[in-house]
Design a protein around this ligand. Structure first.
Ligand code: GLN
Length: 209
């Protein structure tokens, strides 16, 4: 079983641990550099990317994590985790007195935080996901980012589909990407219990690397 960590400083940790266990991984919370050193891959959960930036620094995880990512460790970021994995981050609605996000640069993408705007700051949609079979993936977006720009080595795995069920604002926006062993979704598959296909896809990526 691959040992897969979930960055456990803040945010939706428990749901990712459960989904990873159900997907055949040995899932563990990661809070300390020694714990990071012991995993084969890492999930960066949703939460608040500004807060996570600050906590990564104070737990002395920022540099070790950036180094492992640069050395090719597989990683999967959902929502705030996608923001943290980016090369650069745009934020039109930066909160006052909140430090900016310092991204880890593991994905050659520009990510826009809180991109969908206040009117639709949470919504759900069914998306076709490249590499995942068995029908569309139900995606829950909560104050989600989207990907504004991708580099040449980045593959788009999902965009917001026009029509379908529920509200689908910003059709065509990129909401799932992969570059080598690094994967990110703007949405939260860990909140859709009983469908672990995205987590299984990541566990396979860790096994293959
Ligand atoms: N808006 C948050 C951020 O940019 C992400 C929200 C989430 O992870 N659900 O940090």
């Amino acid at each position: 079983k691959p040992a897969i960590g979930v960055l456990a400083l803040q945010g939706g940790v428990a749901e990712h641990l459960t989904a990873l266990e159900r997907s055949g991984a040995d899932a563990r919370p990661v809070r300390r550099p020694e714990e990071l050193a012991a995993v084969h891959g890492l999930v960066l959960p949703g939460g608040e990317s500004t807060t996570m930036t600050r906590l990564l620094e104070s737990f002395e995880l920022f540099d070790p994590l950036r180094e492992r990512l640069a050395a090719g460790m597989p990683a999967y970021g959902s929502c705030a985790g996608m923001v943290l994995l980016a090369a650069s981050v745009l934020d039109d609605r930066a909160e006052q007195d909140v430090p900016p996000v310092k991204p880890l640069g593991a994905l050659d993408v520009v990510v826009r935080r809180n991109a969908f705007g206040r009117q639709v700051d949470s919504f759900e949609a069914d998306l076709d996901f490249a590499g995942i079979t068995g029908g569309p993936v139900h995606a829950v977006f909560i104050r989600a980012p989207w990907v504004d720009k991708i580099g040449a080595d980045v593959e788009v795995l999902a965009t917001v589909t026009p029509g379908g069920t529920g509200v689908t604002p910003a059709a065509g926006r990129i909401v799932a990407v992969q570059q080598g062993p690094v994967l990110a979704t703007a949405f939260h598959p860990e909140l859709v219990s009983g469908d672990e296909r995205v987590h299984r896809y990541f566990v396979q990526t860790v096994r293959a690397s």
